[in-house]
Design a binder for this molecule. Structure first.
Ligand code: HMG
Ligand code: MG
Length: 302
């Protein structure tokens, strides 16, 4: 086994990536309670919501209300998704001080998701990044479809590297590499990460795996062995992109934390409290938790 990091920072994306794909719109009060519960578990980064067009993602049309109602705990960052300057203004109006811009390594997916080519989207981010720099706002950059695209199939690693490099050069402090449809397997994940890390420092990289094909934990382990130390995950395994056919749940945060703690890697997260939050959320959504570790812990408690 390769060298593993001593500690990992989890970026909890459930309130955003998790809830953006729910069939039924979750009540604003439940979104707020979810974020407040998550911030009590020791998580330091919680992606709170998304200031995209409400016509495109009605599930998160209440972004401003959610963001201005949550209790913002000191030491916890609450990044929000922003696709353009209009989104930046909405986010800033309610006091967001960390944002995430997002594009893809696949032209076909990008067109469906944000109605722009890759290069158009990068140009669209320029004024957002310039304003963020002036305002002292930290910006994360997502690259989607890094291991496959639902519309064009294969995605060249060179394109993942190029888009990651450009986002980093534009001023994104962290680049999150997204396997949007979860088709990647560990060798490919490792090779992709290694290629990106040759151009963007590993400390500036994060991995974001959807578990559609059951590969997420294996892929995460492969990437940890390459030296990545930031992992995105969603409590109760919710999630998916409404514009990526076949995309389903993110890897469950409880499962990632269970694996990391079992390997002696610190996260600062209270796993029982996290699992309780996962159960609470699953109950609100009216279904079983998507976290295997969460279900096992509940069975143990019975
Ligand atoms: P468009 O239709 O090309 O843009 O959408 P537009 O500028 O023509 O705007 C259309 C309408 O939306 C206009 O309103 C705008 O004012 C309004 P109208 O004049 O028709 O009344 N509008 C906005 N309203 C509020 N906030 C805004 C905003 N922008 C425009 N920010 C656009 C382009 C980018 C806006 C649209 O495509 C969009 O919002 N897409 C978002 C799709 C999305 O959120 N996908 C999921 C997130 S990505 C993901 O999940 C992947 C990730 O998890 C990583 C991974 O797994 O790989 C991050
Ligand atoms: Mg995602």
């Amino acid at each position: 086994m390769g060298h593993l990091p001593a500690a990992v920072r989890i970026v909890e994306v459930g309130p955003r990536d998790g809830l953006q794909n729910e069939k039924h719109i979750v009540a604003t009060a439940d979104k707020v309670e979810l974020i407040n519960r998550l911030s009590a578990t020791g998580l330091r980064s919680i992606e709170a919501t998304s200031f995209v067009s409400p016509k495109w993602v009605p599930q998160l049309a209440d972004a401003a209300e959610v963001f201005s109602t949550i209790e913002r705990r000191p030491g916890v960052s609450y990044p929000v998704l922003v696709p353009n300057e209009a989104g930046y203004e909405r986010a800033r109006a309610v006091g967001a001080d960390e944002i995430a811009v997002f594009t893809a390594a696949s032209e076909a997916f990008n067109r469906r998701n944000i109605n722009a080519s890759i290069d158009e989207s990068l140009r669209r981010f320029e004024p957002v990044l310039a304003r963020a720099r002036e305002d002292g706002v930290r910006v994360r950059g997502y690259v989607s479809t890094v291991l496959g695209c639902p519309y064009q199939g294969e995605v060249p690693v060179a394109e993942v590297v190029r888009v990651s490099r450009v986002l980093h050069q534009m001023g994104c402090h962290e680049i999150s590499l997204g396997d949007t449809i979860g088709t990647g397997t560990p060798r490919a994940a490792r090779a992709m990460l290694r290629a990106v890390a040759a151009e963007v420092p590993m400390q500036a990289l994060a991995v974001h795996f959807h578990d559609t094909w059951g590969q997420a934990l294996a892929n995460i382990l492969a990437c940890l062995e390459e030296g990545v130390a930031v992992v995105d995950a969603a409590v109760a395994g919710t999630g998916g992109c409404p514009y990526a056919r076949g995309a389903s749940g993110n890897v469950a945060t409880e499962d990632v934390v269970y694996m990391l703690h079992g390997m002696g890697i610190q996260t600062g997260i209270d796993l029982p409290a996290l699992a309780a939050t996962g159960h609470w959320l699953a109950a609100r959504l009216g279904r079983e938790s998507g976290s295997r570790a969460g279900r096992a812990m509940a069975a143990d408690a019975d």
